[in-house]
Design a binder for this molecule. Sequence first.
Ligand code: GLU
Length: 447
Amino acid sequence: MTSPVVRFAPSPTGKLHVGNVRTALINWLFAKGQGGRFILRVDDTDTERSTQEYEDQIRADLKWLGLVWDDSFNQSHRFEKYDAAAAKLREMGLLYACYETADELDRKRKIALSRGRPPVYDRSALNLTDEEKAKLEAEGRKPHWRFKLSGDRVEWTDLVRGPQSIDTSSVSDPVLIREDGSYLYTLPSVVDDVEAGITHVVRGEDHVTNSGAQIEIFKALGGSAPDMAHTPLLVDAEGGAFSKRLGSLSMDTLEARGILPMAILSLLAKLGTSDNIEVREDLGMLAKEFDFSKIGRAPAKFDEKDLLSLNAVLVHDLSFSAVRDDLERIAPDAANEAFWLAVRENCETVHDAKPFADIAYGSIKSVIDDEDADFIAEAQKRLPEGELTSESWKAWTSELKEATGRKGKGLFMPLRKALTGQEHGPDMAVLFPLIGREVAARRLSRA
Ligand code: GLU
């Protein structure tokens, strides 16, 4: 097999989220696992909705993830190519002008449905004479253009879904050009795939029907269609549609929350596959393990809890130098190595270090209830001598238990409240040495 050439083709009309990053990732892993090429195609034919900001953000996000591309181009720079392809299809009688308004089409669909027929476009525009067309245009109507499907079955063996067969007589001839002259993505995508030598089109299964039409367009333009792989869509943890939540799962939001690229990539690479979901150190390892045959047909359930647990595994191993900048931003007083090494085991993201820092270095108001006053005085008296270590909490509380007969909540809660001012919070054994003897002594005194 020759090396694959694939493309990831986002529209810069929004941010990248876990759904479209998964498509990018699968393309990347497949191509790179076989020494192939990964092309970033910016689908910006919709000049109204596409923005430079979104495009810049998409490029930045892909770089942050490490999904670097070998080549990249914008569809908006290639309109002559699409015009040439459209002209060719017109000449072949495969692209025809239609004049129905959206309302008229809607009415036709409803009538078809009420008669128990599929709501497929009836091709009445094909019967228009030149005079009728001229008359419609004189009335101010502008044509939109439809591709004339063959009416045959289009078949391919999908790398994920297996044998596919689309009966083109059961779908409407797709509109390729809107009445304002703008292109829908269908034709430009085929023109570009031919020219870029794309060997495999890998995308979500919402495109399966498009593939039927696009395979016919590939053939009409004199090429053969690339291989196809359509992956099941992501759903949320309950199996529900997911699009509303995607905003909170954009790459920039995840980055701001302290989620690391390899947590996202490890999860998205394994979700919905026969492999276990485990964190991997780099994209190379994920590429080695990638195979289309491992991707199942069922929707892939995306659960943020999985993302956090993978992230935690990575965070527990992060060195101080890897988090120094973040710590300086989140908790400047705590930006030291001893602090990080003490708390990292307790963090799912680097942000989880903040409550430890607030308690250890911030000014807190200790809480000592009247009924605990004697106990806390005893605790202060018995504070371990010298520097507090990770063992100190255990030693100190065992001694207090022995000396006072207190245990469980009655033992621990007053200490936590006095030392942290709160009833809940991070692990005291970790906090204790961070607070340090001197500050602990002060917080235990009722002054
Ligand atoms: N811009 C299209 C989309 O985001 C590309 C689909 C494709 O990969 O062909 O849906």
